[in-house]
Design a protein around this ligand. Sequence first.
Ligand code: ARG
Length: 423
Amino acid sequence: MSERRKTVVLAYSGGLDTSVAIKWIPEKYNMDVVTVTIDLGAVKNLDAIREKALKIGAKKAIVIDAKETFVRYFVYPALQAGALYEGVYPLATALGRPLIAKLLADVAQEEKADAVAHGCTGKGNDQVRLDVSLQVLNPNLQIIAPVREWKMTRDDEIRYAEEHNIPVEAKIKSPYSTDENLWGRSIECGILEDPWAEPPEEVYQWTKNAKLAPDEPEYLEIEFERGIPVALNGEEMDGISIITTLNAKGGKHGVGRIDHLENRLVGIKSREIYESPAAVILHTAHKALEGMILTKDALRFKDIVSAQYADLIYNGLWFSAFHQDLVAYVLSSQRLVKGTVRVKLSKGACVLVGRKSPLSLYSEKLATYQKEDTFDHSAALGFIKIYGLPVKIQAQKQMDILTGRESLHLDSIMPPKIKPVKK
Ligand code: ARG
């Protein structure tokens, strides 16, 4: 009795790697291939990609529009969390991976598949994010990563494609590896591997060079509810529209270019360029609004949570209990984050120019230096007396012993003992 032929669900972008995989997996693993092409906001001509998959030999080709899910369950939670990896990268690619893993697992279940496959290499973060997520979502699925396994160079792949009637786009080979979705575009490889080299203009597709951006600045008013943008310039808008509009407006003014020498999960430093106009604008605005509404302690703690949250996303641990714990804190912290922020886009910069909120903790009467001032200046005296008491007593009782001097010398606080490195 012959065994049932197995099925693999392949995440298919339409590019060379995954096109070759449609032929290579059946040869190597003797499985039928079902392709899934997932639109997170950057895939053009979905129908053509579907056709191509079938033409190459997929048993079935599925396309999924996941834009709304992406914004609601991934992008906005990351915005509310203030998640910027190493303080700068808005995590577009990293946020897409757990959703892709989830959709692969869902389709695998529907199709009663035995395996899933993706086109990641063995050197990046994406393989880790997908594999770890898949292991959580369905540990029974075999994971196949052809590019990680087949040891073909790009030229080998092209030869393989030609031998197997796989259409290869005639377009000149780009030296860059890119990935994009609604939240941003990632570019690596080529000349960018030299961290001293200024990125050539050609790597940017979403953003104008600041020099060529309009002279006239553009003002935007972004309204937030519970830390989520709900309206732009007074007009209520859904998430996809807000993000698409801000990507276009920001890009036009050269906003959102990021040059990041980042610490990859696999242990290496890598130079990455990002274009994320909407993410840069929204993070700037969101943080400004929080600054007006959250207390000083809450803000200090939020910074810690933001860094943890960003690491968790970057490191592929989306589907974890720790994430649930962090989300609970973040959502609670966002209950009062309501108000409007005004930013100015000008020559590559997104400048914060105003914020207002019905729940603001800012009091003009307390802050002003004009005659309207209601701050009790005389109370400052008593405050300082008690606030400074511990260091004052320490100075009296201990400092001369600790420093061995009659009076405090600058060297005793800041000893010039650390040797400079000679090279
Ligand atoms: N370094 C970024 C990250 O790990 C972007 C990865 C881009 N992926 C790609 N296939 N070009 O999130």
